[in-house]
Ligand binder design. Structure first.
Ligand code: CA
Length: 445
């Protein structure tokens, strides 16, 4: 750098640093997000000879919930660039329907090559079920996170004994229904995680989600507004939204998803099959960047910085404190407090092993749960293996993990995580999904 350009550099940085300081002195209005921070850290290139990606760019979508952190961090901390993906674009999606529409048109049409997904969205897109019959084959490359979701309930239901276990509370919901308007519970996209969590929670307590309550899809902002004015009873979503509802004083949170199913599968990175097949080395580079970001996000020593990155206007646009508490496993649930890092969102390792590795047995649970509620036909289970083998690319995950030097002990050797146990004692054995369906009292299948 010449002395002139260095002087120019110092001057520019000096001005940029002064503006946030002035704004900080004046104080931020209540909803003012944290100031934008330049977070890109220089990373030494880790591209090995022969592994140079075919392209250096891809367009990935995300939703402003903690599930997106590995994608944002991979960009902001330079992990994508470290693996040769120097021009990745990540784009905030207005809602899940937008992510679906953008993946359908692809980046060539101004859309996306890949995105964060609830499950089983990549399957529903691959099969044309939520894309007007247009089949857009997808690959699941990794899981982004586990836990970090909750159900928020409006304040008027406080003090009624609504907690993790709703056993004995069916009469409460039935009485509300008998009075004319059923208990209204919302999520931001139907037939995926956030609907499954609220359905599971209700049904485990003897409440039939199709009869005793009204479930509906509502955009996040409208749900929050409706809960504020008492028109909505509950909302199932990712952090920091439940925490925000509690901190703003119009609701409480009876249950964290981590309390229903510890180390449960949550959201995933899925890309268009045609993109991954065309650019296999670039897909490996993306995976390695995301995996390194997941390791960084998982370290609680980094979570304050993580909150500061996510809070900025260019990403979530929320106050840092609202994000930091749930990221540290500190939940003020309104009627009780939780301070337990093992219940927080996790990105790389959890009590059952790998978070990032996409277990095929978890995809099978999402398909089974879809059958349970009548979202997918019963025959889905007979074809599940073929369906999952076509979408879940755990083999690509393993290849990337090996190239990255992930310890052998951290690379699962089985595509099944084995028998899963829920808070109500129900078990899901991936070798016999029908037995799981048979064991459930409330279901449509
Ligand atoms: Ca979620």
């Amino acid at each position: 750098m010449t002395s002139l350009s260095r002087r120019h550099f110092i001057t520019t940085v000096g001005i940029a640093a002064t503006i946030p300081l002035l704004k900080g002195c004046l104080g931020n209005p209540p909803d003012e997000p944290s100031q934008s921070v330049k977070t890109t850290a220089p990373q030494t290139s880790a591209v090995k000879p022969g592994e140079e990606p075919e392209v250096t760019t891809a367009k990935l979508g995300y939703l402003p919930i903690v599930e997106a952190a590995p994608l944002i961090v991979a960009l902001a901390k330079g992990f994508f660039a470290k693996h040769g993906m120097t021009d990745i674009k990540i784009e905030k999606q207005a809602n899940w329907g937008s992510a679906r529409d953008n993946i359908k048109i692809g980046s060539q049409g101004g859309g996306l090559d890949g995105s964060q997904w609830q499950m089983p969205m990549p399957y529903l897109i691959s099969e044309g079920i939520i894309t007007d019959k247009a089949k857009v084959p997808m690959y699941i490359l990794c899981q982004l996170n586990t836990q970090g979701n909750a159900i928020a309930v409006a304040s008027k239901h406080k003090g009624k004994g609504l907690g993790v276990n709703l056993t004995g509370k069916a009469s409460y919901f039935k009485e509300i229904a008998a009075s004319g308007t059923r208990f209204k519970a919302a999520y931001t996209f139907p037939k995926a995680n956030q609907e499954f969590w609220i359905r599971y929670w209700l049904a485990a307590g003897g409440i039939d989600p199709d009869l005793d309550v009204e479930l509906l899809t509502v955009p996040t902002a409208q749900t929050v507004a409706d809960m504020k004015r008492g028109a909505m009873d509950a909302f199932s979503t990712g952090d920091p939204w439940p925490n925000r509802i509690v901190s703003e004083g119009f609701g409480f949170s009876p249950v964290l998803t981590a309390e229903m199913w510890k180390a449960h599968p949550e959201e995933y990175l899925g890309m268009r099959k045609d993109w991954v097949d065309r650019y296999p080395l670039a897909a490996q580079a993306i995976l390695k960047g995301v995996m390194e970001a997941q390791q960084w996000c998982d370290n609680f020593d980094n979570r304050k910085e993580l909150a500061s990155i996510l809070a900025t206007r260019e990403y979530f646009g929320v106050k840092e404190e609202v994000l930091l508490e749930p990221l540290m496993g500190k939940y003020d649930l309104g009627e009780r407090k939780v301070d337990d890092k093992s219940l927080a969102v996790l990105y790389w390792k959890d009590s059952k092993g790998s978070v990032s590795y996409p277990y095929k047995s978890h995809d099978l649970w999402f398909l089974t749960e879809s059958v349970r509620w009548g979202f997918l036909p019963k025959e889905t289970l007979a074809n599940a293996k073929q369906l999952i083998d076509g979408v879940n690319r755990e083999d690509l995950w393993k290849k990337a993990a090996q190239s990255l030097g992930v310890a052998a002990a951290d690379i699962p050797t089985n595509t099944s995580r084995g028998v899963e146990k829920f808070f109500d004692g129900i078990e899901f054995n991936p070798d016999n999904p029908q037995a799981y369906l048979d064991s459930l009292k409330i279901k449509k299948a």
